[in-house]
Design a protein around this ligand. Sequence first.
Ligand code: NOJ
Length: 464
Amino acid sequence: MKTNFLWGGATASYQCEGAWNLDGKVESMWDRYLHENNLENGDVASDHYHHYEEDIRMMKEGGQTAYRFSLSWPRIIKNKEGDINPEGIKFYQNVLDACHKNGIEPFVTLYHWDLPQYWEDEGGWLNLEVAYAFEHYAKVCFEHFGDKVYYWSTFNEPKWFVANGYFIGNYPPGFKDVQKTMIAAYNVMYASALGVRAFHEKGYKGEIGIVHSYTPVNGVDDSIETRIAMRYADNYSNNWVLDTAVLGEFPIDLIAKLSEDYDIRFIKEEHLKIIKENTVDFIGLNYYARTLVKPYTSGETQLVFNHSGKPGQSKVVIKGWFEQVRDPNSEFTAWDTEIYPKGLQDGLIEAWDRYHLPIYVTENGIGVRENIEVDQVNDDYRISFMNDHLSAIMNAIDYGADIRGYFAWASFDIYSWKNGVEKRYGLVAVNFQQNQARKPKASYYWFKEVIESNGEKVERKIFD
Ligand code: NOJ
């Protein structure tokens, strides 16, 4: 690996901070949705709000050189008028100072899904005004933290929170509506471009990118029908985020297809110009699994998500477009995520060939049930998962891809949205029952050795 390769872990504000209503933080859309529906929530989560010093010190002790985390908009901006909460600013100043004190490079995401509820009340991402509110929030962050942060990302996983919130309906605001999905997707990508513009315009030191939930697409065979299905799947899963953020253009065949059945008059020339002129400096890719597809056969659109950890329930069929299939030869987690490091190798090469921008692997990890009430959590499955995915990254680097960092998901155990705290991803165990006590897992020590050897400790594998 290059000597300045970033090695770290990642988290997100809502998933780890807790302190949901402390020190002037206002309600987020997730607070409201989970409270109202009486679902497991992140009110306390890993209580990172009170443990950040310990967490960041442990990153350093674990040999890590970077920390990817997000800022909470409802902790920073109090209301629709855009007023700042000084205590929110102070909290993140402290987190950033702790990073620098420990030699940890902060890698900061502006939006990891916790929209202030006061904006959700105004229609959330269906309302173009929210894009301008995001621009204001981004400017406040650049102004207050710009001297302490070099790496910025506008959004974490637009595909995931837009599809789940507006198309599938399992995340707030819980719509199942294609027209709304299109509008939300458009407004988010426009907001991202406004954020990039605000950053570049003022000449802050550093780089700004976007983080995408990357699912490289494979087909079941080489037929022309399968290739068409693959293109639909790629447009649905990847291209509307990456093409738009990197090339400054929505995929034209996707727009043409949607315009057959839906109203696209929300697309405006003046927005497209801003999107075109304000593209990102780097790409952040979160990789968990690929998508294997076959041509659509019959039946209605079906999008079933496994939030229970009982294997074998997930389903993705988009009527007229494609169907996702399960590779019978693959291994899957209890939440139906395929374990497929080759997908990362191929996907990185594909993204590099297509976009030629620096890439950071901004999330990668495995979510499992774990007994952490032991002296040492021996998560050898996580070690082998990370080993193979790091190997995939190294293979892509050998091919020529410019990959500049790796962030394990997650730095420590956190709250996993609709999967609660049962699904654990951390390098460090958090005892959610007993004062959020921390204890490193075996993977934490293994990762330390990998970092100290600058990758040499990874047992290399070739994925053909
Ligand atoms: C992607 C998201 O960024 C994160 O919030 C989520 O918990 C992980 N993947 C695991 O599913």
